[in-house]
Design a protein around this ligand. Sequence first.
Ligand code: ATP
Length: 119
Amino acid sequence: MLEELGNDFYGKVIHDYELLECLGEGSFGRVWKAVDKQTGDVVAIKELKKFKCCSWKQCLILREVKALRGLDHPNIVKLKQLIVENNKLYLVMEYKPSHAIHPDMINNQLNARLYIFTN
Ligand SMILES: Nc1ncnc2c1ncn2[C@@H]1O[C@H](COP(=O)(O)OP(=O)(O)OP(=O)(O)O)[C@@H](O)[C@H]1O
């Protein structure tokens, strides 16, 4: 659904979340800043592209999803909710503004990832 929206996503609602802005795009799909209309909480929602060979059941066991679901650490964004809507999978995550990200993560992503997983 969102793929077709281009910049025309303002005010669109996924489940109970209203989209505010597009934060970026990674290998798995776009990430949106959104607000929970019930609580006012700001979140980041990642819309996962559907892989041709992959059902949503298979997506739920993707390494990223499995890892995030099991993690509870102050330095790692929390996965708050999984939503399947309009035949798409959305990961609702804690929103972390870019200024909250350590500069090493921007300058050297590989080292940052190693740092997270070794400390
Ligand atoms: N929880 C979040 N809070 C705030 N911004 C986020 C959050 N998650 C992702 N973003 C933003 O969305 C962009 C895309 O994130 P995403 O996780 O999809 O890809 P990536 O990690 O940058 O790249 P890749 O998936 O290729 O490794 C990030 O660069 C970041 O700017």
